[in-house]
Design a protein around this ligand. Structure first.
Ligand SMILES: [Fe+2]
Length: 477
């Protein structure tokens, strides 16, 4: 390979491609990994195998890499492999990138026209005894959870009709079900959304389609014990724009936002749409129903944050001017014919939120997310948005009590995962990658979730820089 990567932030500095597939037996640990932790942490990392066909590519087009940290008996082993997608196989055969712009097949080399182009780089999903590497623009790839070898693209043996599958399915620990959706379900720029349910055994037991008001970047959704919620923000796609070689997503605030809510089990004919002001959000901390009142906890922004979407939209809004009112609770009252919602402020804004699995979809108190606090360090570029988060926050949403942990002034944090404890009254652990910008290196840190301000109980040394992940998942045992 003689080409180099473009001199834009997606491919330089901490974001330089890594492309390392490896096995590391027994990482060096400072401190102690509690004996009770026994499980596997899977992470999904975009990592361009080749320099992109066009310099104006985004980090999010990177070929999917899956990593596994296996923790047992106080020790940790690390493994990392590419997901062998059809796209990566075709690119490797040509020894160059044949695929063009982010989610625009009209910009691909003619030799791969009509071939699958998803990169399976967003979230590892474990359910029904299988590990899927997902990206919302296509179908997931099944990966062997032990050796990380790619098995095949997965669509329930042809039974799933949707052409796409979200990177944010929602699990109900009590029913054992996995809820998911796919937007652009019948093809590029379509308004069709598929809603599906996989039962506890991994069987597809439900698929139903509906139309959204416009084709929107629907990255995540919400499931409570009683309701399903589909947020639609004004990031829109247009087929003619794609055919002309343009961007997949453009910010169109004039369209406003929509929130679709339906009772769980009632079917998509019962979706009720609330029309709202333009907002942008990608992830949701949690949601719960209180009778006919549906509560959604998240941190909406006033404008989309991704630089490549801003550029395609002809806008340039710096991070400090994108924010909304922080982490908020929006309450939709289905008994109110007039629509609208109530807003309560919970805490400072941020992203990468999660709750303990046992709390998902229920009235709850404790959430974990990430934020940037100037007093904790200077901004450092890492990942697809630009400046990374430097602080992990634990919030008690009923009182607003906030605790924080920041690893250092030259550090950013990648998404944390929550590990439940087997001890009664113990809140579990948070595990995450810390980016060490002064050394261009990485380490893993483990916090007690109930005492994050005390700092790590264990630090795991990594012998090389870990490229920024998108999402990860913890699989016990
Ligand atoms: Fe996400």
């Amino acid at each position: 390979m003689t080409h180099s990567y473009p001199e834009v932030f997606d491919f330089q500095g901490f974001n330089a491609p890594s492309r390392i597939e490896c096995d590391i037996y027994d990482l060096i640990v400072e401190g102690t990994i509690p004996q009770e932790i026994d499980g596997s942490w899977f992470r999904a990392i975009p990592d361009h195998q080749f320099p992109p066909k066009f310099a104006k590519d985004t980090y999010l087009s990177g070929d999917g890499m899956v990593s596994l940290l296996r923790i047992q008996n106080g020790h940790a082993d690390f493994k990392q492999r590419y997901v062998m997608t059809e796209r990566l196989k075709n690119d490797r055969a040509a020894r160059r990138a044949l695929h063009g712009l982010y989610r625009n097949p009209y910009t691909d080399d003619p030799s791969v026209r009509g071939k699958d182009r998803t990169v399976a780089n967003t979230t590892p999903v474990w359910h029904g005894g299988r590990l899927l590497m997902t990206k919302e623009d296509g179908l997931p790839y099944e990966v062997d959870p032990q050796n990380l070898e790619t098995k095949a693209q997965f669509n329930y043996g042809g039974r799933l009709k949707s052409q796409t599958f979200t990177a944010h399915p929602r699990l109900d620990d009590e029913s054992g079900e996995m809820f998911f959706f796919g937007y652009e379900a019948s093809g590029l720029a379509t308004r069709d959304v598929a809603f599906g349910i996989e039962d506890r055994n991994g069987d597809l037991v439900h698929e139903e389609w509906f139309e959204v008001p416009f084709c929107s970047l629907m990255h995540d959704f919400l499931v409570t014990k009683e309701h399903i919620v589909f947020p639609v923000w004004p990031m829109t796609c247009d087929l003619e724009r794609l055919k002309a070689g343009g961007a997949h997503w453009v910010w169109e605030p004039d369209k406003g936002s929509y929130i679709g809510i339906m009772p769980r089990g009632a079917g998509v004919a019962h979706l009720r749409w609330f029309h709202l002001e333009p907002r942008a959000a990608f992830h949701y901390l949690n949601a719960h129903s209180d009778g006919n009142r549906v509560n959604i906890d998240f941190a909406p922004a006033r404008v989309v944050g991704f630089p490549f979407i801003q550029e395609a939209s002809g806008i340039s809004v710096p991070p400090e001017k994108m924010g909304g009112r922080g982490l908020v609770r929006w309450t939709f009252d289905l008994n109110r014919p007039a629509g609208g919602y109530e807003e309560a402020i919970l805490g400072p804004g941020g992203d990468m939120p999660c709750v303990a699995r046992k709390d998902a979809g229920k009235d709850y108190d404790i959430g974990y997310y990430q934020t940037f606090m100037p007093q904790n360090g200077t901004p450092h570029i890492v990942g697809p948005v630009g400046p990374g988060f430097n602080t992990i926050a634990r919030i008690e949403v009923k009182t607003g009590k906030l605790s924080t942990y920041a690893p250092g002034p030259e550090c950013t944090v990648q998404e944390h995962v929550h590990i439940p404890s087997k001890q009664a009254g113990h809140e579990g652990y948070l595990l995450f990658v810390v980016d060490l910008h002064d050394r261009m290196a990485s380490e893993l840190q483990l916090l007690e979730a109930g005492k994050i301000e005390d700092g790590p109980v264990a630090r795991l040394q990594m012998p090389f820089r870990l490229r920024c992940q998108v999402h990860g998942t913890w699989v016990p045992g």
